[in-house]
Design a protein around this ligand. Structure first.
Ligand code: FAE
Length: 547
């Protein structure tokens, strides 16, 4: 049965809705069986129909899209959302009996339409660790451009499905650099608190942090940071910390403490399907078509906009092409998805009046990864929570904020691992390539040197103080820096440039951008709280003024 498209979903799975957890799926057999094969079936039968007319269409179900859907629905507007990835609450468990596999055992569920995994850490002890997998609508997309791979979540819930859950509000003094046209007073007085509350952001219990073996890596990170004179700080997250403590004492299934990260989380993480999207669908005004990819938007003669949607199966085959009409459209396909759509629509003449700022100002949030090799007396633990809870702040002096990140290998690595966010000034542009029909990105790998220089203000000093060296076995043979990727794409339809100061696209009434594409390339910390808070601000104004 594997790799055979089915007309209907697996029994019991054709309804929409958010059935969280595997319990309701227990009776459904794994299609495809053993590791190495993948199930294939068509999307839910209750997805949007060809010729449908909807008042509002939201393209993408990540942070920006989820905020828009909830607030519009609460204002009495019916909303349809389209999402190119799967609704993971309807996906049968894999061979391990779970919806999502461990980070140490990637399989067909892990990557979006790849035949080989592309793990962010490509090597271990110098040996390549990527492997062949069947092509499947997996949860993590490593989207390759010429100079950078951009990692993104795929599925209902967008990046919330795959991310580390670090929920960081930038320091207020840095806000003018992040969003210069937005009032910091409004953001810190109203919208950041609103976003933090709705996302369920909280901080680890410091007493438990001190005693659990799962955060030994973080405590070692603190010791090294503080001995070198850096500010070390707890950072909040969207994990249910009570659940994590219960994982530790063995009373619930392990999730963050069971190596679940990057390829989904089965239990404790407060993803969007548990927060904004749960609230949105509970209004009865929000419906979602998963495995539907928006490919074109153009003004309709009869009013509103015609949107072409490709419905795909889990192998990526197009099983239907639909045209729907929407009164208003919110582009929420993420920085890359929204930018690609808009650049293509402008260049191919579907939306020619978009201005020349579309596609500009894209940045990688200065992401750079690195590992340090510790002495034998600084073991980081053979068990590590996958949710980072602390960071090293050298933003003001050196332009770097570094997460103390896990390396949940299941064995002692004596490595300290970090994802640094740096104040990289580099910005790239998207452009339409008429020969290939693709949208290219002008980013160059060599631009990461700026980020390396800033990250070294932290790690060179720690290495010198501790008498340690960089790991050279994680990103290739003798390669210190993970400079080939970003987890934090930002920009491409910058607020107050491609759009007005609330995300209304110039040139067209009723077209809005409401995701990370609005943010000019850097947030100084992890970005999803800022994306959410900005979406809260913008949708409030749009509802008041435009609807
Ligand atoms: P996003 O969440 O990416 O949602 C866009 C959605 O649109 C996706 O579900 C797409 O599948 C869908 N889509 C795209 N194109 C189309 C199309 N044409 N038609 C239909 N659907 C489409 O956008 N951020 C933090 O703040 N803290 C962290 O700890 C953190 N860790 C991360 C770890 C990883 C591995 C990754 C990949 C990201 C991480 N991020 C983290 C970044 C964060 O998840 C990201 O900034 C947000 O998810 C972006 O939100 P958007 O609403 O812009």
């Amino acid at each position: 049965m594997s790799n055979t498209p089915r007309e209907d979903g697996p029994r019991g799975l054709s309804r929409r809705g958010f059935v969280l957890g595997a319990g309701s799926l227990a009776g459904v057999g794994m299609l495809g069986g053993a590791f190495g094969t993948s199930p294939t079936w068509a999307a839910s039968a209750s997805s949007i129909g060809n010729g449908a007319r909807v008042p509002v269409l939201v393209i993408g179900t990540g942070y920006g899209g989820s905020v828009a859907a909830l607030r519009l629905a609460q204002a009495g507007v019916d909303v349809h959302m389209v999402e190119m990835g799967q609704d993971w609450s309807t996906v049968p468990p894999g061979p391990d009996g779970k919806i999502h596999p461990k980070v140490s055992s990637p399989d067909y569920r892990s990557f979006w339409m790849r035949t080989r995994t592309k793990q962010p850490l490509s090597n271990f002890l110098g040996f390549p660790i990527d492997k062949a997998v069947p092509k499947y609508a997996g949860i993590l997309d490593a989207e390759d451009f010429a100079g950078i791979s951009v990692y993104q979540g795929r599925g209902v819930g967008g990046g919330s499905l795959v991310n580390g859950g670090m929920a960081v509000t930038p320091k207020r003094q840095n806000f003018a650099d992040i969003l210069p046209s937005v009032s910091a007073e409004e953001m810190y007085g109203t919208y950041y608190p609103r976003a933090n509350a709705a996302l369920g952001v909280s901080t680890i219990d410091p007493a438990w942090f001190e005693r659990t073996s799962y955060y030994q890596y973080s405590r070692v990170g603190r010791k090294h940071a503080e001995r070198s004179g850096f500010d070390w700080t707890f950072v909040p997250a969207v994990y249910d910390w009570d659940y994590m403590e219960a994982e530790d004492n063995g009373s619930v299934p392990k999730s963050a403490l069971g190596q679940e990260i990057l390829y989904g989380n089965n239990h404790g993480k407060k993803t969007l399907p548990k927060t904004y999207l749960a609230q949105a669908t509970a209004t009865g005004r929000v419906s979602i078509s998963a495995l539907h990819r928006a490919t074109s938007v153009r003004p309709a003669a009869a009013g509103g906009y015609d949107v072409v949607l490709e419905q795909i199966n889990t192998a990526g085959d197009v099983v239907a092409t639909k045209t729907v009409n929407a009164g208003k459209i919110f582009f929420a396909a993420g920085s890359v998805g929204t930018s690609k759509l808009l650049v293509k629509m402008k260049s191919t003449g579907a939306l020619p009046a978009l201005n020349g700022e579309v596609g500009q100002g894209w940045g990688d949030n200065g992401n750079i990864m690195v590992g340090r090799a510790n002495h034998m007396w600084d073991a980081t633990g053979d068990v590590q929570s996958t949710i980072p809870c602390s960071g090293i702040d050298n933003w003001d002096a050196g332009g770097a904020f570094a997460e103390v990140a896990p390396l949940p290998a299941g064995l002692e690595t004596f490595a300290s691992f970090y994802l640094a966010i740096t104040k990289s000034p580099r910005r790239a542009a998207f452009s339409y390539n008429s020969a290939s029909g693709n949208v290219d990105l002008s980013w160059q790998t060599s631009w990461k040197q700026d980020s390396i220089t800033m990250a070294k203000t932290i790690f060179d000093k720690i290495n010198s103080k501790e008498g340690t060296i960089y790991r050279t076995d994680l990103f290739g043979v003798n390669k210190i820096w993970g400079d080939h990727l970003t987890y934090h794409p930002l920009g491409g339809a910058i607020l107050n440039k491609a759009t007005d100061n609330y995300g209304r696209l110039h040139g067209y009434d009723g077209l809005y951008v409401i995701d990370g594409a609005l943010i000019p390339g850097n947030t100084s910390v992890n970005p999803f709280v800022t994306i959410t808070a900005l979406a809260e601000r913008n949708i409030e104004r749009i509802i008041a003024a435009d609807l």
